[in-house]
Design a protein around this ligand. Sequence first.
Ligand code: AMP
Length: 517
Amino acid sequence: MSYFSDLGLAEPILHALASKGYTDPTPIQRQSIPALLEGRDLLGIAQTGTGKTAAFALPSLHRLAADMKPRKPASCRMLVLSPTRELAAQIAENIAAYAKNLRLTVDCVFGGVPVGKQARRLVPGCDILVATPGRLLDLIDQRALTLSRVEIFVLDEADQMMDLGFIHALKRVANLLPKERQSLFFSATMPKAIADLGKQFINNPVRVEVTPQASTAERVEQFVTFVNQAEKQALLTLRIRALLADGKLDRALVFTRTKHGADRVVRHLSAASISARAIHGNKSQAQRTAALDAFRQGSCPILVATDIAARGIDVTGVSHVFNFELPNVAEQYVHRIGRTARAGADGEAISFCAPDEKPYLKDIEKLTGIKLMPLPLPEGFLAEAAKLPAVSRKPEEAERDARRDDRDARGRGGDRGSNRGGGQGRGGQGRGGEGRGAGPNPNRRDDRSPGGRAQGVDGRPRDPNPRKVDDRGPVGNPARAERGDGPQGEKPRSFRPRAGGGAPGVGQHRNKVRRAI
Ligand code: AMP
């Protein structure tokens, strides 16, 4: 079956796909759609970028449309849970596009924006609801929503949910769902803790596994430059400047380990007249939306991000991914470079490896089975670096940055995307924590190297037990934790939606969603 038309999907859905220019299903779509059309449960091991949204959305829309029912107040027929608001907005936007020729309504709710409006929108009920867990429970607690009429339940990015401390929220949701339903459970990885969680949702599932690692890696040229931490900034600026001058860079994502590190990179690039913006958990929703929009539209070609913030962001035309710091969990590397070379395009991933990061590089090469190509420092690097404009920082600012980095990296506001299982604790009260779990983590230690990474006695960076994603979940209330919306977990912030919208694409998305009615 190599065409969508062979899969038995209804005509209005095929038309919507055709208008998006999709003719061939991706492997996960080929494997999932027939079983889902039969009403089977599904266990999908796949990450974003594989086409999994359409894999679960298309057959679900087909089934819902084939059995149209009057909408019931404060309820939905299909519920999709997503760990981050960006991803939730993106999923809702995609579903709305696939549903554009159907009389089904799609809505999306997430934290970080006032709950009242969302509650009001839910009064008449909707057909498909995409939600982040904390906000979902908030709405349920306010009696603005009941899950008693859910026919199809999708849990997306389960491993990320666990990392972000949503385990208790998910268990609660599991108890609120009707027994009679179809369930789909997706995760990029499937360690035992995730598989156990899956058992609470799915029954006799079809198992579908796609391994994007190989296919992603095949299309991405992967380089590594060995460079001292202190010289990375100059190297990044010079590399980006050269690529822009040669017209070789369309859009680049730069990954940093910490939020303040991301801001610093933006300051340096801006000082060199390179337009860059940062996206991370300390940014307000409006700032993140603006940064993503500018990046998508091409007015700002460089987006500097932490792992959690970038997770699931789907922007086509990313030609380069820079790993300003190597992630300390090898799988995160695969997620990062999966941001480029999407939709069949080629891409380049360039990693900067400081001496204390070499063990991470080894882990990455072991996981991907690929040896990163060494890319030497540019000719005359030191002389060129010396010519770059200085970014002045008062000593107290430097100290403050160092303190913040230290705090970030210890898990208070750190980038849990690269510290899986680390740093979960108090739900989201942490100052600007990206996950909900800002707070002390008993598994972490503070014996950090000058380079800022925790080290073991052998000098090897200490792995904060990344695979141990157990249910240490948030001690706090998940709904409260997500008020800044959990995964991005900031404190509640004043949020001023753009005309007609909110999160990235949500402005358009909400309109589109409403148009899909
Ligand atoms: P996802 O894994 O759902 O985030 O999808 C990744 C990207 O692939 C999104 O931009 C989708 O719109 C796109 N996509 C999904 N299915 C197809 C398909 N069959 N053909 C081409 N692009 C697709």
